[in-house]
Design a protein around this ligand. Sequence first.
Ligand SMILES: [Zn+2]
Ligand SMILES: [Zn+2]
Ligand SMILES: [Zn+2]
Length: 152
Amino acid sequence: MSVTNWRYCGKCHAMFYDGNPQKGSCPTGGGHEAVGYTFVIPDDVPGTPTAQTDWRRCGRCQLMFYDGYPQKGRCPGGGGHIADGKHYVPPHDVAGTPTAQTDWRYCANCQAMFYDGYADKGVCPNGGGHAAVGYNFVLPHVADAQAAVPID
Ligand SMILES: [Zn+2]
Ligand SMILES: [Zn+2]
Ligand SMILES: [Zn+2]
């Protein structure tokens, strides 16, 4: 099973859930703004050496964050993130393909999943840009030439 409503936010560079009318809280202000690919993140499957469990959606800011630590990062909505909904198991450290994008990383400061493929590291709720640590996630997305992430 997978959920297809995950998108890259062009404002903060993090992965957010775009399946609700309300677009969460972006650290840049207002809601997140979907740009580029529509991602299909596996959920409710077992973890493997190349797929990490404990990724959740924050019910407040709508970002995808790592819920495997006692501390819940920094939510743009204030305090730590609040896990809601499905349990996601994103693949990591495998080869990229035309329908799987590399360079998604965990931010050590806010614990969100963000795109690290640009020189600009986006806007972290903790201040400054996001800080990549750990695995290199390779996230499956819908094949759609019109939805390619633009060069910015
Ligand atoms: Zn955002
Ligand atoms: Zn949050
Ligand atoms: Zn961050």
